[in-house]
Design a protein around this ligand. Sequence first.
Ligand SMILES: [Zn+2]
Length: 131
Amino acid sequence: MDRASELKEVCRKLRDKGFPEDILNAMLSDEDRFSRALEAVKKRKVKKYVFKPSGRVIWIVVGKKREYIVLPKVSFCSCDDYYYRIMNDEASLCYHLIACWIAETTGEFDLIEEEDSLYDFLLEDWKKQTS
Ligand SMILES: [Zn+2]
């Protein structure tokens, strides 16, 4: 399957899941970023941490230099790209965020279960990498 039809296929799946049309359009309007996200998903760079027993969820995308915290439900990512876009009032979709959405839809992510007691510890650690 070529890249263009692959992207269409992913979009179709997201649409089937009731993904908002405006976000899909924003994703499709930037094919480079979308491809990058797809690439990250295929290379299994997306990890979903589920903390027990609280059920808290944190998504992590492993980037070139560091790991990024992503909260797909509220469209948040801890990377610079996301930050500067928000500051400049641009569409705030970075490829990490898109990668999480794709992974969540296709099920191509690593699921990691941790104890709640590790939540704060890990979060501090990720924040340190991000700052
Ligand atoms: Zn990001």
